[in-house]
Design a protein around this ligand. Structure first.
Ligand code: NIG
Length: 420
């Protein structure tokens, strides 16, 4: 099926270069776009695009042929969002911990009392794979409503081989049974399970010797992640897990420097991590390291807001030449929201990113942070026809500015319109 979208007020993110590698430094402030444009799709792919003046004379040929013509007068088109850090698969919810936090308990104190990740692990263990899929599907549909077209989904609430596999099967199934493009990450090293209390090394051994090979045997994970943080996993644990994961073809990612300068960035860069995520506690040494690497800094302002912490120093990172992505970190404990539209607002308001930088961070760089740089994140011929059509909004800066306004009019994923 061919579709020709005409009279597009602004066709955003049309840079050829954008498909090749993540944007860094000054590149992040450039958002290539065409005004008064057309976009032609052929089945699930972008076929071509350009100025309306280039096709105006040929319009009647399209009208008489088998191409559906869609008039977008006054509307903008931008790539569907690429949310490169989520924990979309989980059971139940943890609003009680939110209330406990309001009463003064810290994230670490809640975790120590058996709340936090271990609470989610208990709930997940009691939930069947089918029911887990049903609950996850609700969130998958929800995030498409926010404009997300590609998403990374982590495990990490299983904390034993069978339950981690259950989570990753559900994540893969989301990719098979919804229009979302899904990349999966094994995050067994998210917390030490109760049965290994006082014996973290034992759990790391289980991850390395039993769980990673079992997950690899089913081809369930594209990436491996570790929560490298004081009270969770050390740099030595992280390196051991990465060595095992790399033997099975899983690229590293790291939850790094969320609460302290944990050494996670250094471990990530050393093992060629595709991204290091969080980075609220990050300094000059890490900026330089990341600027000289191919690792993307993925910042998660939703959890920073929720946990009432200091925001990641996005401005300094970009000024040092670090490629920055923004993601929702949708999870039940620190960011119960998968609304990347809202994350663009936080990134501008709290991290002083410009609208252009933020939109690059949530499209091109988000795609690269999940290994989808050649297929998603920009309007380029040959890429997936996955894009957002806006309502008649005055400018691109409206997107991070009007932070509760429902500015998305339509969503196309892989060439098909999604009912929102
Ligand atoms: O990215 N920090 C570790 N993991 C999640 C929180 C998970 C939870 O509390 O359930 C995060 O913030």
């Amino acid at each position: 099926m061919k579709r020709l979208f005409i009279n597009i007020a602004k066709l955003v993110q049309t840079g050829e270069m954008a498909g090749k590698k993540p944007l860094r430094g000054a590149e992040m402030s450039v958002l290539k776009m065409l005004e008064d444009a057309y976009l032609l799709t052929d089945n699930d792919k972008i076929s071509s695009f350009g100025k309306m003046s280039e096709i105006r004379e040929k319009l009647s040929e399209y009208q008489n042929g088998d191409t559906e013509i869609i008039d977008l007068t006054g509307k903008m088109v931008l790539p569907a969002f690429c949310d490169s850090h989520t924990h979309l698969v989980y059971a139940g919810s943890r609003e009680q911990e939110f209330i406990d936090k309001m009463k003064g308990l810290s994230y670490k104190e809640i975790a120590k009392r058996g709340g936090g990740i271990l609470n989610s692990a208990r709930l997940l263990h009691e939930t069947s794979e089918e029911e887990l899929f049903r609950q996850t599907l609700v969130r998958a549909k929800e995030i498409m409503g926010f404009g997300t077209g590609a998403v990374e989904i982590k495990s990490g609430y299983g904390l034993n081989t069978a339950d981690e596999i259950k989570m990753l099967r559900v994540a893969r199934r989301v990719g098979q049974e919804t229009p979302l493009t899904v990349k999966t990450t094994y995050l067994g090293a998210h917390a030490v399970p109760e049965r290994y209390a006082g014996n973290r090394e034992g759990y790391v051994d289980e991850i390395v010797k039993e769980t990673i090979p079992a997950i690899a045997a089913e081809g369930l994970a594209d990436f491996t992640d570790v929560f490298t943080e004081d009270g969770f996993f050390s740099v030595a644990d992280t390196e051991k897990i990465f060595e095992a994961a790399l033997r099975f073809g899983m690229t590293p990612k790291v939850h790094a420097n969320q609460m302290s300068r944990s050494g996670g960035v250094q471990a990530g860069v050393k093992y060629g991590a595709i991204s290091v995520d969080h980075l609220e506690s990050t300094a000059e040494e890490e900026f330089r390291l990341l600027a000289n690497s191919n690792t993307i800094a993925t910042l998660l302002p939703g959890s920073t807001l929720f946990l009432e912490m200091d925001y990641a120093p996005a401005r300094e990172m970009i000024d040092h030449g670090v490629p920055v992505a923004i993601a929702s970190n949708y999870n039940p404990g620190s960011s119960p929201s998968g609304d990347v539209r809202f994350m663009t607002f936080l990134a501008v308001l709290k991290m002083k990113m410009t609208p252009e930088e933020v939109l690059n961070a949530i499209t091109v760089n988000g795609a690269h942070a999940m290994g989808l740089g050649s297929t998603h994140g920009s309007i380029v011929a040959g890429k997936q026809a996955s894009f957002i059509i806006t309502k008649e909004i005055p400018s691109l800066a409206w997107i991070p500015y009007a932070f509760t306004s429902p500015w998305i009019d339509q969503l196309y994923l892989n060439g098909e319109r999604i009912l929102l």
